[in-house]
Design a protein around this ligand. Structure first.
Ligand code: GLU
Length: 493
């Protein structure tokens, strides 16, 4: 039987980094096993539905390169569409299917109508809590007669349909991460399968769909472990074989708490907006909860596809370490193509007022030059805005008092004179010219080391430290370099 796995998000808004990882592990598992990875939308909780959330989710997956070949996709115009032979893949379009299957359970006495009001259920639970019992449904409607049910429905009474769990029945399943797990039905609730609005609950829909879509492995977050026995019992009740389960550990913050919005960036969108590269985020996220065999840390998607194994997914939560993410991402930025990075950097530079929208085309080559000089400093692309100032303007602003003191050193008038003369006479200021110029100044004036290099840097950028100076000067070009040297000579010395 060929492997079929699914990522089954609920479209409730932003895409949590944990969802990206769940999708990724499903994708990697399918790739490794030569199987199929599909995406199903679980929108049975209509109260939580957020407009645009499906598109958001699909865009985030496309961005990360976690591509599915079946299920809900975006067409070339960005519109939601579906492909595959097991559809529809959006649960709200499958209500007829759930109806058919709930009737089967009702007919076989494995599910029952429940007319209890919310008030009654609250009361029952409250009492159970007072008695130190685990709150669960007390079976009040379990043995209503057919006639009673019929007349209540005809009276327009609201109802749900519940799963009828047998008493004292053992439910077992194997989880590839957690091993064998056993539950007794006495500890479980008669789960609602169909809600008052006629929609199935997640628990019912997930089982029917995973069965009908021939899912072989359910790979999902550990928050669903405690629901799994109910699901397994439903498979039993239908006489279906259950899939294999893989529950992924939570992603934790540094305080070992579940990573949540309150602790900063958790949405894929947050990282994208800061200019993390998809390759960097995917690489890092793959490592949160999975450890490769050889402690290798940098993986392309293709390498992940070969290296990933469910056996090496850890049981305990993985800590999301932003510093490590930054380190991984920096690696991809260093390796990235300059045009690609420049396109990513431009919106940040516009936003911070370094350039205007209209200047983008005419300044593109200059911006690309700047990006190529600065990229080794960036952990994520947005950081370019904190390094970019030295590339703009004819004036020089001294960064610190130390810079000012440096300008007062004895050799500085000679240095600035030499710089002025040589740059002025240059045909073109490029990296090669600048390197040769420094050699000449050293030879002609005996200024060397820190006195030469830091001194020149302060004159040209107002900073003691910064990116490669010859490259920076090449990007600035002759005119700006000259203007800055003059400015410093006339105003700051
Ligand atoms: N719709 C569920 C969620 O968003 C999916 C759980 C599952 O994969 O079974 O978490």
């Amino acid at each position: 039987m060929s492997v079929r796995v699914r990522f089954a998000p609920s479209p409730t808004g932003f895409v949590h980094i944990g969802s990206l990882r769940t999708a990724l592990y499903n994708y990697l598992f399918a790739k490794k096993m030569g199987g199929t990875y599909l995406l199903r939308v679980e929108d049975t909780d209509q109260t939580r539905f957020v407009d645009g959330a499906i598109e958001n989710m699909l865009n985030a997956m496309n961005w990360g390169g976690v591509n599915h070949t079946e299920g809900v996709v975006l067409d070339e115009n960005g519109k939601i569409t579906q492909k595959g032979e097991y559809g529809p893949y959006i649960q709200s379009e499958r209500l007829d299917i759930y109806k058919k299957y709930i009737e089967k359970l009702l007919d076989e006495g494995k599910a029952y109508y429940c007319f209890c009001s919310k008030e009654r259920l609250d009361e029952v639970r409250e009492k159970q809590r007072e008695n130190g019992e685990n709150p669960k449904y007390d079976g009040h409607c379990k043995s209503l007669t057919k006639e009673e049910i019929k007349s209540k429905i005809e009276n327009g009474e609201e109802y749900v349909i519940r799963l009828k769990l047998p008493e004292n029945h053992t439910i077992k399943f194997t989880d590839l991460v957690r091993g064998e797990t056993e539950f007794n039905t006495n500890d479980l609730d008669d789960q609602v399968l169909i809600k008052t609005d006629g929609f199935p609950t997640y628990h019912f829909a997930v089982v029917v769909d995973d069965y009908l879509m021939k899912i072989t492995h359910v790979i999902r977050g550990e928050e669903w472990v405690s629901s799994t026995p109910k699901h397994v019992y439903l498979y039993e009740a239908f006489g279906w074989e259950a899939p294999t389960f893989v529950h992924l550990p939570n992603i934790l913050n540094k305080e070992k708490k579940k990573l949540s919005k309150r602790h900063g960036d958790v949405a894929v969108e947050d990282f994208k907006k800061k200019g993390y590269l998809p390759q960097g985020l995917i690489n890092y996220v793959a490592l949160v909860g999975w450890s490769p065999e050889d402690n290798k840390e940098l993986f392309t998607m293709e390498e992940l596809e070969n290296a990933f194994s469910v056996e090496r997914v850890s049981k305990s939560g993985g800590v999301f370490d932003t510093e490590k993410l930054n380190w991984v991402n920096q690696h991809y930025i260093k390796d990235a193509d300059d045009n690609y990075l420049t396109d990513l950097a431009i919106p940040f530079l516009i936003e911070e007022g370094f350039i205007t929208e209209d200047e983008v085309d005419s300044k593109y080559e200059f911006l690309k030059g700047m990006v190529s000089v600065l990229k080794e400093k960036l952990q994520y692309v947005k950081e370019i805005t904190s390094h970019a100032n030295i590339f703009f303007g004819d004036k020089v602003e001294l960064e610190t008092d130390e810079c000012r003191e440096f300008l007062n050193l004895e050799h500085m008038p000679t240095l600035i004179g030499a710089l002025l003369e040589k740059v002025d006479n240059a045909e073109k200021v490029d990296e090669e010219f600048v390197k040769a110029m420094f050699k000449e100044i050293q030879k002609e004036h005996g200024i060397k080391g820190k006195n030469l290099f830091m001194g020149s840097r302060i004159i040209l950028t107002g900073q003691m430290h910064g990116p490669d100076l010859p490259k920076t000067m090449e990007v600035l070009g002759k005119d700006i370099c000259l203007n800055r040297i003059k400015f410093v000579k006339d105003n700051l010395m």
